[in-house]
Ligand binder design. Structure first.
Ligand code: AMP
Length: 607
């Protein structure tokens, strides 16, 4: 059977899993880690770095290292998260050609789907290394609360990375899949997911015949671990300002170090009561003088700093349970997802609210990727009976007279679904209607997210309210929306799939995919060259080491001296092909080196 993988494309970390036999498992990366930082960097030598190696150099190359790109993907230039990133991110956030957002890495502008594509690609490579075969298809997860633009942008990342995303599923739903997989249980569960950038809560019914039905879902895409880090950073910055009168925010490098230290302290406080934050030479003052930052953060203090953030998640839980028409006591198990659910304050608050200890059997960092892999396998396996019934997290509708928002598909409707409504013209002889499609919960249309627009033209002349137009919405299993409008009398119909909203045009996506493919070819060639180089250098060292002994053994014959001179030339030539990065020549020399190595071994064995 064809291989498909599940990818949890996280704000902070990403994870890839596969089902082998009947067992889903997470695939470790080359370093042996089961998660890979969702970080991308470009070095001075224009080399692309992804994952741990990008994270390791983040401090010294802060301006060219992107983290938390998921917060910006599918967002308009003037949206609050982009505005926040413009002010605080150490990397340069630039306006793109379609009011979208780009990131400047060493003078080249990258769209957010391109950044995510680099991470997706890395996850694909991790899977390919492990499976020893190419992987072309994946199921990718997104926060349940992602709107259509964000989903579409994620889908575009797949196209750019050369990975066919066969389905996008919601992270909490994936977690529930991994939790319920193979268990044959009937149970109502809540998935509490607090990651690096987002919070999601979903309530699901799992039934023993492998139906996973989401009843209600909600969340906040501006709430996650990074906010906790920011609170700690603010506390550090303020303390430093009070003590030294110096504002660390002025220094990008200092900010990056503070951010790292804040996160590290937060993580330490999950298992310890105190964490020491020690940042020597945090900022230079005057010519040869630098100030140091050293502070102790107590768990209690961190809990005070972040208390309201946790409370916000609990309020969303309350609303979601209510929306599901349930009592808290109806929830039979709580699944924790996301690195932030290791924070004791979070665990305590969840246990308190739900009146039960959260389920311990699932690994919060891995469960989402496992669920994605389970879904991926189910999608290509005809024998699978598994059925996933998800919901749309936002209300969908159109703008009507007076700028009001008219709902067509309410929040938390099971998808796929379609609905239609009949509208009438508002002016005499109105021959065209403009349909503006929005997603959101505000009664003023423009306060919601604009997904797309189109104009139905060629309506017949008639007094106002006499022409009836049927507007139909359709949401597919990926949560992607298409809309059509039909003149009921003439049957004239126009429709759009709301797709161009990731901020990129088809052509741009294609170009980015081509660029990426070229990059990957170069990278593979470069990896092959490096492997050859390593082998050649190893043999060259060995020959070099035994040269003296070989000279003593065969140096007294002309034949021997000639052979030794040839070997010396070969070493020089091989070194030259390495310096010139000439793969074809090095390949030839490598073969010759192997032969020479054998001869040397033979000679020395006789000596
Ligand atoms: P995720 O997006 O699920 O990978 O979650 C990442 C977030 O969890 C980041 O904000 C991390 O700092 C945070 N995190 C990871 N491990 C821990 C831990 N042991 N204690 C507290 N926070 C953690």
């Amino acid at each position: 059977m064809e291989r498909v993988i599940g990818i949890d494309l996280g704000t902070t970390n990403s994870c890839v899993a596969v089902v082998e036999g009947d067992t889903p498992s997470v695939i470790p990366n080359r370093g042996g880690y089961k998660t890979t930082p969702s970080m991308v960097a470009v070095t001075e030598a224009d080399k692309r770095l992804v994952g741990h190696i990008a994270k390791r150099q983040a401090i010294t190359n802060a301006e060219n290292t992107v983290y938390a790109a998921k917060r910006l993907i599918g967002r308009q230039w003037n949206s609050p998260p982009v505005e926040a990133a413009r002010d605080t991110a150490p990397y340069r956030v630039i306006e793109g050609p379609h009011s979208d957002t780009r990131i400047d890495l060493r003078g080249k502008l990258y769209s957010l789907p391109e950044i995510s594509a680099m991470i997706l690609q890395e996850m694909k490579i991790i899977a390919e290394d492990y499976l020893g075969e190419p992987v072309a298809k994946a199921v990718v997860t997104v926060p349940a609360y992602f709107n259509d633009n964000q989903r579409q942008a994620t889908r575009d990342s797949g196209t750019i990375a050369g990975v066919e995303i066969i389905r996008i599923i919601n992270e909490p739903t994936a977690a529930a899949l991994a939790y319920g997989f193979g268990k044959k249980i009937d149970r109502t569960v809540a998935v509490y997911d607090l990651g690096g950038g987002t919070f999601d809560i979903s309530v699901l019914e799992i039934s023993s015949d492998e139906v996973f039905k989401v009843i209600s879902t909600a969340g906040d895409t501006f709430l996650g671990g990074e906010d906790f880090d920011t609170r700690i950073m603010d506390w550090l910055v303020q303390g430093f300002l009070d003590e030294h009168g110096v504002d660390l925010r002025q220094d990008r490098m200092a900010l990056q170090r503070l951010k790292d230290a804040a996160e590290k302290a937060k993580i330490e406080l999950s298992t310890q009561l105190e964490a020491e934050i020690n940042l020597p030479f945090i900022i230079s003052v005057g010519q040869n003088e630098a100030l140091h930052l050293q502070r102790m953060l107590r768990r209690e203090t961190m809990e005070e700093l972040c208390f309201d953030l946790v409370q916000r998640t609990m309020e969303i839980c309350r609303a979601t349970i209510q929306e599901a028409g349930l009592e808290v006591s109806d929830v039979e198990d709580v699944i924790l997802v996301g690195g932030m659910t290791r924070v004791p304050l979070v665990q305590r608050s969840v246990a308190e609210y739900f009146g039960r200890e959260p389920c311990k059997g699932v690994h919060p960092d891995e469960v989402v990727a496992l669920g994605a892999a389970i879904q991926a396998t189910a999608l290509i396996d005809d024998r699978s009976e598994m059925l996933l019934l998800d919901v749309t997290p936002h209300t969908l509708g159109i703008m009507i007279a007076g700028g009001l928002f008219e709902e067509l598909i309410p929040q938390n409707s099971t998808v796929p679904t379609s609905r239609s409504k009949i509208f009438t013209t508002v002016r005499d002889n109105q021959t065209a209607v403009k349909i503006l499609v929005f997603q959101g919960e505000n009664e003023r249309a423009e306060k919601n997210e604009l997904l797309g627009e189109f104009v139905l033209t060629g309506l017949r002349n008639a007094p106002k309210e006499q022409v009836e137009v049927e507007v139909s919405f359709d949401i597919n299993a990926d949560g992607i929306v298409s809309v059509s409008a039909k003149d009921l009398e003439t049957g004239l119909k126009q429709s759009i799939t709301v797709t161009a909203s990731s901020g990129l045009t088809e052509e741009e996506i294609l170009n980015m995919a081509n660029d990426n493919q070229e990059y990957m070819l170069d990278r593979r060639a470069s990896e092959e060259f490096d492997a050859m180089r390593q082998e050649a250098e190893r043999i060259m060292r060995e020959i070099d080491r035994s040269f003296h002994k070989a000279e003593q053994t065969v140096g007294n014959s002309e034949f021997g001296r000639e052979a030794l001179a040839k070997a010396r030339d070969l070493l020089d030539n091989a070194q030259q092909s390495i310096d010139q990065r000439d793969a074809a020549k090095l390949n030839e020399h490598l073969e010759a080196l192997k032969r020479t190595q054998k001869i040397f071994k033979g000679v020395l064995a006789r000596a």
